[in-house]
Design a protein around this ligand. Structure first.
Ligand code: SF4
Length: 292
């Protein structure tokens, strides 16, 4: 959403709700915000119907803060818990059919690149493990093979949380769930390995235990996708309902899982590394005090 499309026309201000005016004046548009500033400005996601204490909502909140150009970003989602929050945020959201998020994102990104040649438009797919590893697997893989320039973020809660607890390809082997009473028979899918094989430019695995690291990872993924090629973030975002995690223990669980099997990991192709090192060096130069 370009800032100009949400700015209130003079004369209409008094008719619009304060919430809206607050968003235009104090929202994250055109400004880079830090995690430490959360709570001090009007965020693009404030209310949502997801379960209280769900780690996925924290991850989504930080992701939206970290987008390098929120006014030039579009999110693609699909059925699943995450879209309950994403569809409430003040950012364009496309509700793809189950399975076609990465096909929709491919077309949208290409169309935006033709329409806005001199302005980068960021496309970000954010959907669950069911939507991306199971039902959307083919479209995800082919978007990676084609080197489509957008970011795919998997909200990996290792279950179909929205429909009562069926196992997904990302559920761990042996896990017993409400709708998998005999325990899952197969290993968790290696989507990180598949991303590497497909030539994805930047890959990260992360748990939401360190919000600043989440923000830095998302920013890096979106910027590399803009210039180099597809990027993929796989985020552990537990389901406290289907995994019976008491709400006050959600972050303890995230820390344990991170220590045990979901440690932070990132990988870049040589092209992505060269681009990132140069762009960070340029950024540091711009920030350095100018001497005469
Ligand atoms: S069902 Fe699970 S993943 Fe979905 S909102 Fe509730 S806690 Fe979060």
């Amino acid at each position: 959403m370009a800032l100009e499309t949400i700015r209130v026309s003079p004369g209409f201000q008094k008719f619009l709700p304060k919430e809206y005016q607050d968003l235009v004046e104090n929202g994250p548009f055109t400004k880079e915000r830090k995690v430490s500033e959360l709570g001090s400005f009007k965020e693009i996601l404030e209310e949502h119907p997801m379960c209280a204490g769900c780690a996925m909502t924290l991850f989504i909140r930080v992701t939206l803060l970290a987008l390098p150009s929120v006014e030039n970003s579009v999110i693609i989602g699909t059925a699943g818990c995450g879209r309950l929050a994403l569809s409430q945020a003040a950012i364009p959201f496309v509700y793809g059919n189950y399975g076609d998020t990465n096909a929709v994102a491919s077309g949208l990104k290409r169309g935006l690149s033709v329409r806005f040649k001199d302005k980068p438009k960021d496309v970000i797919v954010m959907a669950g493990d069911g939507g991306l590893a199971d039902i959307g697997f083919s479209a995800v893989m082919h978007s990676w093979f084609r080197k489509e320039k957008f970011t795919t973020i998997m909200l990996d809660n290792e279950v179909y949380g929205n429909t009562g607890g069926q196992e997904s390809g990302m559920t761990q082997k042996g896990m017993v769930l409400k709708m998998a009473p005999n325990g899952k028979k197969f290993e968790k899918m290696d989507m990180i390995g598949l991303a590497k094989t497909s030539g994805v430019a930047y890959i990260a695995r992360i748990a939401p235990t360190n919000p600043t690291r989440v923000a830095n990872t998302v920013r890096k993924a979106v910027l590399i996708a803009r210039e180099v090629g597809p990027t993929y973030i796989q985020a552990y975002t537990s389901c406290n309902i289907e995994y019976a995690i008491p709400t006050p223990k959600v972050m303890d669980d995230a820390r344990e899982v991170e220590k045990d099997r979901y440690g932070f990991m990132e990988y870049m192709t040589d092209d992505a590394k060269a681009y990132w090192e140069k762009s960070e060096a340029d950024r540091r130069k711009l920030k350095a005090p100018q001497t005469k």
